[in-house]
Ligand binder design. Structure first.
Ligand SMILES: O=C([O-])CC(=O)C(=O)O
Ligand SMILES: [Mg+2]
Length: 221
């Protein structure tokens, strides 16, 4: 399996749109509906380090205790069950993750200190932003165990791609296959645009290159 984590590959990596279409064509789930980029113009790809939070009723809960254990190049994927009334990520964590070379953080939940993340250029995708802390409200229940977000079952080490359009996860064992298909989809879409530039109508260009069925699930037989 090739994980494109070098800066050069990061600069040219696949869009979430192409990866999502490739997953559709293989009949695989992976797109994380409801999680969006905190700010535009950032793209990441890397293996996920999963974190699961749970609520606490009394004092003692806190956020971020796992951060010292995350390898550089990882994408931190936090599942707080979509909870948006208290954080699981903040500015100290953004500064620390940036310092450690962590690729970015994707949160099924909310985060705060957004200006700090923006200031250091640390990429975050989340359901929302909100300032009330998760300290004394949540605690880490598990790290590096499987999580399910938007009905997508995600295992530690699966490959997450995120950009302006959101975040999508590919099972590690299917990465090469999905990436190759996504590259093919990119090439076909470029050919459609080239045909339009060359004078074809959009209908002609799309028909010529099979645009409408790029993402259609292919018969496995
Ligand atoms: O309580 C939180 O969300 C954590 C926080 O603010 C930080 O890391 O700076
Ligand atoms: Mg803070």
């Amino acid at each position: 399996m090739t994980i494109p984590s070098s800066p050069a590959l990061l600069a040219t990596h696949l869009s979430t749109a192409s990866v999502s279409d490739a997953l559709d064509s293989l009949g695989l789930p992976g797109s994380l509906h409801g999680i969006g980029a905190l700010r535009q113009g950032q793209r990441i790809v890397g293996p996920v380090f999963t974190v699961t939070y749970e609520p606490v009723d009394e004092t003692g809960g806190t956020v971020g205790d796992f951060l010292d254990d995350v390898p550089s190049g990882s994408v931190i994927l936090i599942d707080n069950a979509g909870r948006t009334d208290c954080t699981v990520w903040g500015g100290i964590m953004s500064e620390t993750a940036h310092e450690r070379g962590i690729a970015g953080t994707v949160i099924n939940g909310t985060c705060r200190d957004v200006a700090v993340a923006t200031g250091v250029g640390y990429p975050i995708w989340s359901v929302s932003r909100f300032m009330r802390t998760g300290k004394d409200r949540v605690r880490v229940a598990a790290v590096q165990t499987a999580v399910t977000i938007d009905q997508v079952l995600i295992h530690p080490g699966d490959i997450l791609v995120a950009d302006d359009d959101g975040a999508v996860v590919v099972p590690a064992a299917r990465w090469d296959e999905v990436a190759e298909l996504a590259r093919l989809i990119d090439r076909v879409e470029e050919a459609v645009v080239e045909a339009v530039r060359g004078g074809a109508t959009l209908a002609e260009a799309r028909a010529r290159h099979g645009y409408h069925s790029l993402q259609t699930r292919k018969d496995p037989s």
